[in-house]
Design a protein around this ligand. Structure first.
Ligand code: DX5
Ligand code: ZN
Length: 221
């Protein structure tokens, strides 16, 4: 079955001194989602951006803001990100004591809810919350940094989740994040992914390359 493939450039690899222009450039280059990696120096060993930056970027594009929260505790900050303009809010089950409640909170605030699985996180957690999620994110690196190598052992996890999503009959996106390049993108798509996050592979070469970089991620070399 062919499904439409969406590309979600991670602005973690953008020029942070020119984020508005960078977001406009990837919008014009064909990005489907704008992937925003939020890190707190506690849940992951890096610190990035907060809701103020999401709010400042919101007027620069009408594309979907795909906000990936790598923060703990997480519940305290969800409303701030939704108010700032997040369309999808994705959380990690390890980031709070009550993953079901956290997903309920995202939905109650009117955003789409995503759950993210680290390479070491088993997929069974999804079964208990599949009725609440709009997106499942498979991490193909350990979260914290851009530019890491794709962990191919996660491909069977993507396949297993594709089976569960199809069996659920629900409209759930299956997103892959970490080390996605022209080659690994095709492996992820073959396994059943339909949203590809790409930081390094989008932003390499500067703005003149963005459209071609995104095209190659979507369709292959
Ligand atoms: C990692 C982040 C990713 C990362 C992807 O913790 O969630 O979104 O920025 O970067 P690349 O595409 O360079 O691996
Ligand atoms: Zn991410």
């Amino acid at each position: 079955m062919t499904r439409d493939i969406l590309i979600a450039p991670s602005i973690l690899s953008a020029d942070f001194a020119a984020l508005g222009a960078e977001v406009r450039a990837i919008d014009a280059a064909g990005a489907d989602y704008i992937h925003v990696d939020v890190m707190d120096g506690h849940f992951v060993p890096n610190i990035t951006i907060g809701p103020g930056v999401v709010k400042a970027l919101r007027p620069h594009t009408e594309k979907v803001f795909d906000v990936h929260l790598m923060i703990s505790p997480v519940d305290l900050f969800i409303e701030d990100f939704v108010t700032a303009g997040a369309d999808i809010v994705t959380i990690h089950p390890e980031a709070g004591a009550h993953v079901h409640r956290t997903l309920q909170l995202i939905k109650a605030l009117g955003a789409k809810a995503g759950i993210s699985l680290n390479p070491g996180t088993p997929i069974d957690v999804v079964d208990q919350v599949i009725d609440l999620v709009d997106l499942i994110l498979v991490m193909t690196v350990n979260p914290g940094f851009g530019g890491q190598a794709f962990i191919a052992s996660q491909l069977p996890k993507i396949e297993a989740l594709r089976t569960r999503i199809d069996a659920s009959g629900r409209d759930i996106r299956l997103e892959v994040d970490g080390g996605v390049n022209v080659e690994t993108a095709q492996q992820a798509i073959a396994a059943g992914a339909d949203v590809l996050v790409a930081g390094t592979a989008t932003f390499t070469g500067g703005p003149d390359r963005y459209a071609e970089n995104i095209r190659r991620l979507r369709t292959g070399p």
